[in-house]
Design a protein around this ligand. Structure first.
Ligand code: GDP
Length: 458
């Protein structure tokens, strides 16, 4: 039932305190847990095997430094290896670096071909990328749909392109995909577009005709980027889809969509390993601005289930209000909803645990807005300020609003923002953080956190 890897490891870890090294014998059980966690996160089995082998190689004989236990040290290694696999390591610094932006190094118009299964989010992502290229890179962008099987898809692209501020090239269901794409390319050339985004037809499952068609499209328009769009919620199947697209096309990048969903996003690891192509962007909402540069470090934390809860537990044991923690644990156990009052209680708990300094980098990255570990003093000061602001915002809500955050529509948000002396977007950010926390709480109900709290209480 427990979903957080670190929680499970911490159980094992308790039995092996004082061991100074990761050894063949103490690593076996832990690796089994890591394997389970990855499978639960829907990473494909062959990918898991490979990954575990690499981690084992790195872990064996690794020194367990400082006050870390072997379990914590292993979680550290797993986390690092995950991020390194999903992202790219900068050889100079050894750190995971952000992926390169869309490559536009071509005789304009630079063509970008969008590939993926139906429903993966190709059309939405096409518009998101158009917006990104228009706003961030100041490009003139044309879009076209070669999905002749679904006239609705062509219309959908028209609508979202308009929202993105891109021009849309009309196509009809009676045309051939290659003819559509080459006509659009011709139009883009003659009207001095910088970029042409070609949305393509997807099927619900891989089929030969589809692969042949997209390969022909590729040959006809010679894209500088061929992006494979894949749903983060696609589980074990991601590996087969990725294989088929890789065989049909020279993929240059991946866009992982729907990372805002419930899944732990193990598809990222599978797809990255199978295709070898960099994951460039992550879709984070249905909205047109819901696209972010892919953050491998942050995503690794998510695949693992949590940030370094083990270290958090230790920190927590030092000075937490046990009664309050127990109350929260009981509440979760009873299945009551985690509301903004609880969120506020958590925030003040965190403050009690010796300030934020030691804690921020141990929290799941989702909770810290994706902050990587080892943040500096300036970040800390900002974090303290953020917490005070969060308190201010929640304190400006009525008790009913705290219990039912879904009531918070525009008017109420404006009132609260004014009351707390902040912007409406600060209120929105807080509500987003709360949503994420609530999602995590739901997942942990009966699992990780409760056990953690119990240990603290007992
Ligand atoms: P296509 O068939 O590959 O073109 O997929 P669509 O672009 O039509 O997307 C399928 C569904 O997924 C639509 O309902 C989109 O709104 C939704 N979608 C796409 N990307 C995201 C995302 O990043 N987050 C969320 N929540 N929904 C997304």
């Amino acid at each position: 039932m427990a979903s957080a890897l670190t929680d499970r490891l911490s159980r094992l870890v308790k039995t092996m305190r004082g061991q100074a090294r990761i050894t063949e014998s103490n690593v076996q059980d832990m690796l089994r847990e890591v394997r389970m966690a990855l499978l639960e996160a829907d990473v494909a089995l062959p990918v898991v095997r490979d990954f575990i082998a690499r981690v084992k190689e790195k872990a064996l004989g690794a020194e367990v430094v400082g006050s870390l236990t072997p379990g914590q040290a292993l979680v550290g290694i797993v986390n690092k290896e995950l991020a390194a696999t999903m992202g790219e390591v900068d050889p100079a610094t050894g750190a995971v670096k952000p992926p390169a932006d869309i490559n536009l190094a071509a005789q304009p118009p630079a063509v970008i071909l969008m590939a993926g299964l139906q429903g993966a989010g190709k059309t939405t992502t096409t518009a998101k990328l158009a917006k990104h290229l228009i706003e961030k890179r100041k490009k003139k962008v044309l879009t076209v749909s070669a999905d002749v099987y679904r006239p609705a898809a062509i219309e959908q692209l028209k609508t979202v392109s308009k929202q993105a501020g891109a021009e849309w090239f009309p196509s009809t269901a009676t045309d051939k995909p290659v003819a559509i794409a080459t006509a659009a390319l011709d139009h883009a050339r003659r009207h001095y577009f910088d970029v042409l985004l070609v949305d393509t037809a997807g099927r619900l499952a891989i089929d030969e005709a589809l692969m042949k068609e997209i390969a022909e499209l590729h040959a006809a328009v010679k894209p500088v980027e061929t992006l494979f769009v894949v749903d983060a919620m696609q589980g074990q199947d991601a590996i087969n889809t990725a294989k088929a697209f890789k065989e049909a096309l020279p993929l240059t990048g991946i866009v992982l969509t729907k990372t805002d969903g419930d899944s732990r996003g193990g598809a990222a690891l599978s797809v990255r390993q199978i295709t070898g192509a960099p994951i460039k962007f992550a879709g984070v909402s249905e909205k047109i601005d819901g696209l972010e540069v892919f953050d491998a470090q942050r995503h690794a934390g998510r695949v693992l289930g949590m940030g370094d809860i083990v270290a958090l537990v230790e920190e927590v044991q030092k000075g937490v209000d046990v009664a309050a923690a127990q109350k929260l644990a009981d509440k979760l156990k009873s299945g009551d909803n985690f509301d903004l009052n609880d969120f506020l209680a958590q925030i003040s708990q965190m403050k009690k645990m010796g300030g934020l300094s030691g804690l921020m980098d141990k929290l799941p990255t989702q909770m810290t807005g994706g902050k990587a570990a080892n943040i500096g003093q300036a970040d800390m000061d900002r974090a303290e300020r953020d917490v005070r602001r969060m308190e201010g915002i929640i304190n400006s809500m009525t008790p009913l609003e705290r219990r039912k955050p879904e009531l918070l529509k525009a008017t109420r948000k404006r009132r609260i923002a004014a009351g707390a002396g902040v912007q409406v977007q600060d209120v929105n950010r807080l509500l987003n953080q709360f949503d994420q926390m609530q999602g995590m709480m739901k997942k942990m109900k009966g699992g990780g956190l409760m056990k953690m709290m119990k240990r603290m209480g007992g």
